[in-house]
Each structure stands twice: as C-alpha cells, then as structure tokens.
Design a protein around this ligand. Structure first.
Ligand SMILES: Cc1cc2nc3c(=O)[nH]c(=O)nc-3n(C[C@H](O)[C@H](O)[C@H](O)COP(=O)(O)OP(=O)(O)OC[C@H]3O[C@@H](n4cnc5c(N)ncnc54)[C@H](O)[C@@H]3O)c2cc1C
Length: 279
C-alpha cells in the first residue's frame, strides 16, 4: 500500500452499542479504487492536533479499518469501528466531527475463495464483523455460509442481509473482555468438508491458535483458508519483544515473508520462528 487519499468525516452513526459507523467523503476519495475483495481494508491516518497529512504505517497515528461500503459515484466510504474502550481509533470513532480530515491508504484484502467453490465458514470477533457483513452482502445465491461471530454483547448483533444461504451463530465471548471461544467453536464442530473455504479474522493470538487448530485437525491446503490477526491484546509486550530482537534475527524474520507465495504459505514458516522468539 503506497498511495494516500484524503477524505472528510461527513458524520457518524451509532449502529449498535459498541459499533460506530464513520461516513467519509470529499477530498480525493473519488480517486480511491476498490480491490473488489469483500474484506478489503485501508490504513486510516487519524488526525491528531493537526489534519492528517498522508498515511504512514505507524501505530502512533494510523489504524486499519475494513471498507464496510463505498459508493464510487458519490465518492463516499463507510467504516464500522468497534468502540472497545480506549485507543486512537476507538476514541476517534466516538468523537470525530464533520469536516475532520483523514488520510487513507489504497486498499488491500485477503478474502479469496477458490474459483468454483460455493461453501464457506467465517469466524470473527467484533472487528471482523464489518468484513463478514460485506462478504455476505456481496455473496451470490449459490453460496452457502456458516458464520460464527463473537461479540461483547448480544446487543451488538446486526442484520446480515445476503442472497446466499447463511447460518449464523452469535456468541458473547472474547473481544478483550473474556477468553475467546473461537478455537473451542472449531474443536466442537465437525471438520468442514474439503470444499469449504475458511476465513477467520480476530485478535492476533486467537488467530494463531485458530490457524494451529485448523492445520493440525482440519488439514487442508493453504488455498482453502485465510486467517488474519486484526488486533493485539498485548501489543506493548509484542513490540517490546520485537524491539529486543538482534539485527540478524530481524533480518531472518523479514527474509521469511516472500511476496511470491501466498500469505498462508508464508505463515507456515513464520509461525515456528515467532514461537521460537517469544513473539
Ligand atoms: C485488515 C484489518 C481490518 C480491520 N478492520 C476493522 C474494522 O472494520 N473495524 C474495527 O473496529 N477494527 C478493525 N480492525 C482492527 C483495528 O485495527 C484494531 O482493533 C485497532 O487496534 C484499533 O485501534 P485503537 O486505536 O482503537 O486501539 P489501540 O490503540 O490499537 O489499542 C489500545 C488498547 O485497546 C486494545 N484493543 C484494540 N482493539 C481492540 C478491540 N477491537 N477490542 C478490545 N480491545 C482492543 C489493545 O489491546 C490495547 O490494549 C482491523 C484490523 C485489520 C488488520
């Protein structure tokens, strides 16, 4: 992701007790292009004391959010932000005002079921719900989805309109307040058939537990799943450990990720490295 686009906050709407929709438009947003991937996301440079000047991959000033919807003709984008308590992004969603200027990056996405497949399993916490909602909204009538979403509160449940067949289960767990139940849900379910594409988005440690469970118990080729860590429950700890790596260890870490292969193929190699270094 390299480009910056500018947008103004047009307003914000409370969708559920812990989910706030921020409406963006104006600026250079009409030049922003969708990737067409239903879980596409951008890096949002959130204005502090000064207006945003351009996105940077820097946790001091920017956060990732899913493009919940966009209207190319009107030049508008909606982001659904979990207002989990404290944090730059969470506070911004609660307090942003019409006219506030943000910068967003170009988009990137992960969701990519193999062509010809129609069955899906989606697991997410509240941060993955905007992507789940958009995936379902854009799905076709011949698709079939099993969906498990864990929330802070059942009042955060939303409608999930879709042309597809959708079986949704809602749970109150995880989301930084109690242990996540996603891995337990996986272990209590029958292994999905080989023709089921699995997509999971949740807290990072939970995403790695889910990946491990899937690889060890559901064994499938990495083209049939995509698991993404959306946030860290222990970011400070992880950053401290990462910053304590030697230059050689950092170089070894960076050398593992190869853009020529799929992300999940990279994760197969990355996981043992991270575990060995306490990451
Ligand atoms: C590809 C991608 C797409 C994403 N899409 C969305 C989206 O559409 N909507 C959305 O709300 N989030 C989304 N996220 C997650 C979001 O970027 C993180 O939750 C981010 O950390 C929020 O920033 P913050 O400033 O509110 O909190 P931070 O400043 O990052 O963290 C402050 C504290 O809050 C905790 N925290 C952070 N997020 C949460 C949470 N969700 N629940 C409980 N505790 C939390 C941290 O552990 C930390 O202790 C996405 C992330 C990725 C990688």
């Amino acid at each position: 992701m390299t480009e910056s686009f500018y947008a103004d906050v047009l307003g914000a709407t409370q969708i559920t007790p812990n989910l706030r929709r921020v409406h963006l438009g104006g600026g250079t947003i009409a030049d922003w292009e969708s990737t067409g991937k239903a879980d596409e996301f951008v890096h949002v440079h959130i204005p502090g004391d000064n207006p945003a000047e351009g996105w940077e991959d820097d946790h001091d000033i920017a956060r990732h959010y899913t493009i919940r919807s966009y209207d190319a003709v009107a030049g508008t984008i909606d982001l659904d932000v979990v207002t989990h308590g404290h944090g730059l992004g969470s506070s911004w969603a609660k307090n942003c005002q019409p006219g506030d200027r943000v910068a967003i990056s170009d988009a990137s996405g992960f969701y990519g079921p193999p062509g010809g497949s129609t069955k899906r399993l989606l697991l997410a916490d509240a941060t993955g719900l905007p992507a789940v909602a958009r995936i379902l909204e854009e799905a076709s009538a011949d698709e079939e989805f099993d969906v498990i979403v864990e929330l802070l509160d059942l009042a955060d449940k939303i409608e999930l309109p879709s042309k597809a067949t959708v079986r949704a289960v809602w749970r109150v767990s995880g989301n930084g307040r109690s242990p996540s139940a996603l891995e337990t849900c996986m272990s209590r379910s029958e292994a999905p058939g080989e023709d089921v594409y699995v997509w999971i988005a949740c807290e990072s440690a939970e995403s790695r537990r889910a990946r491990k469970y899937l690889r060890n118990n559901w064994g499938r080729h990495h083209t049939w799943y995509r698991i993404v860590g959306y946030w860290y429950a222990n970011l400070d700890e992880i950053m401290a450990t990462y910053n304590s790596l030697t230059d050689e260890q950092r170089a070894a870490y960076e050398a593992i990720w190869d853009d020529e292969r799929s992300d999940e193929a990279n994760w197969e190699e990355l996981e043992p490295f991270l575990a060995a270094h306490g990451l």
